[in-house]
Design a protein around this ligand. Structure first.
Ligand SMILES: *Cc1c(COP(=O)(O)O)cnc(C)c1O
Length: 376
């Protein structure tokens, strides 16, 4: 077993190494969530969350749900669909598949499943929207974290708007890193979590939703009490409160992370994150390694790299841990195929250089020759 009193350079897509000011914010004050100080904190957090998303506060509202990113996704999927409506979920990786699983618990669901890493087939979506009059919601992941692919959510939004269908975008990993144009209003719901690209601690979900859509949820039957989006909306709108006890220290830390993003400038921050991702990709290519995805838009959150012939993920992970780095491998069909390098932690290119120096050290010892013998 590991010793939990250890720190690592976290090059995984959440949890992340936080900025020292975010760490300080976690324990800065001790307040009660039913007092006015928390209401001021929640109001600021909701306002800052919209500002970071570039969402018009007259059109959109931001809600804080205590729970991981999945809590935000489940809140939307449990709250937004009438009993006589069907949800269409598009998937091309782990997190799209999870949306389909969650939706199936609460709703009639059509799952337009694609192979991992494949571009989404919008003709298939268009056909379903044409053929069926009962589609109440389309759900899709923006940055499919399991592959690194960015899905074309703006084009999907245009399709949905054409058919008068609401769109829910899981931006759990892309929020604040990869921009989405919200000006058309075609995206009705989006979600993120505190512990990914916004780079605070895990444990909170943000749901950003059109105000008109939130108001309309009051007419729908409740499918999940704790995660009722309408209840969160009413408490937030009427009292700057949450329905149940929120993780107050996490809200303080998240709000500081949002403030830091606004102080840096959302655009400048995106450029910085894109620069770090480009830096990683250049270092990958320099070593003759190849990216898992070459022909689709990639996120600024992480880079999926094909494991070279003869290198298994588990020994690589173990070796890099010895050097102080935590990375993720592939999930599902990509198990043993890829390694992911994420750069959303509070880091600079020195850390990336140190990571690749470590990689250069460990790689030659990991190649397995035929027959399973270790070389070197
Ligand atoms: C991480 C992630 C989730 C799930 O978030 P949890 O915080 O683990 O519940 C959902 N969708 C995407 C795209 C993610 O990257």
């Amino acid at each position: 077993m590991g010793d939990y009193r250890t720190s690592f350079k976290l090059l995984c897509p959440g949890p992340v190494n936080v900025h020292p000011e975010i760490a300080r914010a976690l324990t800065a004050y001790e307040i009660c969530h039913r007092e006015e100080e928390f209401e001021a904190l929640l109001a600021a957090t909701r306002r800052n969350a919209l500002a970071v998303a570039g969402a018009d506060a007259a059109v959109y509202s931001a809600l804080v749900v205590t729970g991981s990113g999945t809590a935000g996704n489940e809140a939307v999927l449990a709250s937004a669909v009438a009993p006589d409506q069907t949800v269409v979920v598009l998937s091309n990786g782990e997190f799209g598949t999870r949306l389909a699983q969650i939706s199936s618990v609460y709703n009639d669901t059509v799952h337009l499943e694609h192979a991992w890493g494949e571009p989404l087939d919008l003709h298939r979506l268009s056909e379903v929207l044409h053929e069926r009059g009962d589609i109440g919601l389309v759900a899709v992941v923006h940055h499919e974290t399991s592959t690194g692919v960015l899905n074309p959510v703006e084009a999907i939004g245009e399709l949905c708007a054409l058919h008068g269908v609401r769109l829910f975008v899981d931006m759990v990993s892309s929020y604040s890193a990869d921009p989405v144009d919200l000006s058309s209003g075609a995206i009705t719901f989006m979600t993120t979590s505190s512990g990914k690209a916004i780079a605070a601690y895990p444990g909170l979900a943000l749901v950003i939703a059109r105000r008109d859509a939130l108001e309309a949820l009051g007419d729908l039957p409740v499918k999940n009490h704790y995660l009722s989006l309408y209840r969160h909306h009413r408490f937030a709108e009427d009292h700057e409160q949450t329905p149940n006890t929120p993780a107050v220290p996490l809200v303080m830390a998240l709000n500081r992370a949002l403030e830091l993003a606004l102080e840096e400038g959302v655009e400048a921050r995106r450029k910085r994150l894109a620069g770090l991702a480009a830096y990683v990709r250049a270092a990958v290519r320099e070593r003759g390694l190849s990216l898992y995805v070459e022909d689709q838009p990639l996120s600024s959150v992480l880079t999926s790299v094909r494991l070279p012939e003869g290198v298994a993920f588990e020994p690589l992970r173990r070796a890099l841990r010895e050097w102080g780095f935590v990375i993720y491998g592939g999930k599902g069909p990509l198990t043993g195929q890829i390694v992911q390098i994420s750069t959303i932690s509070d880091l600079d290119t020195d850390v990336i250089d140190a990571f690749f120096a470590a990689l250069d050290e460990v790689m030659p010892h990991l190649r397995v020759v035929r027959g399973g013998q270790l070389r070197g």
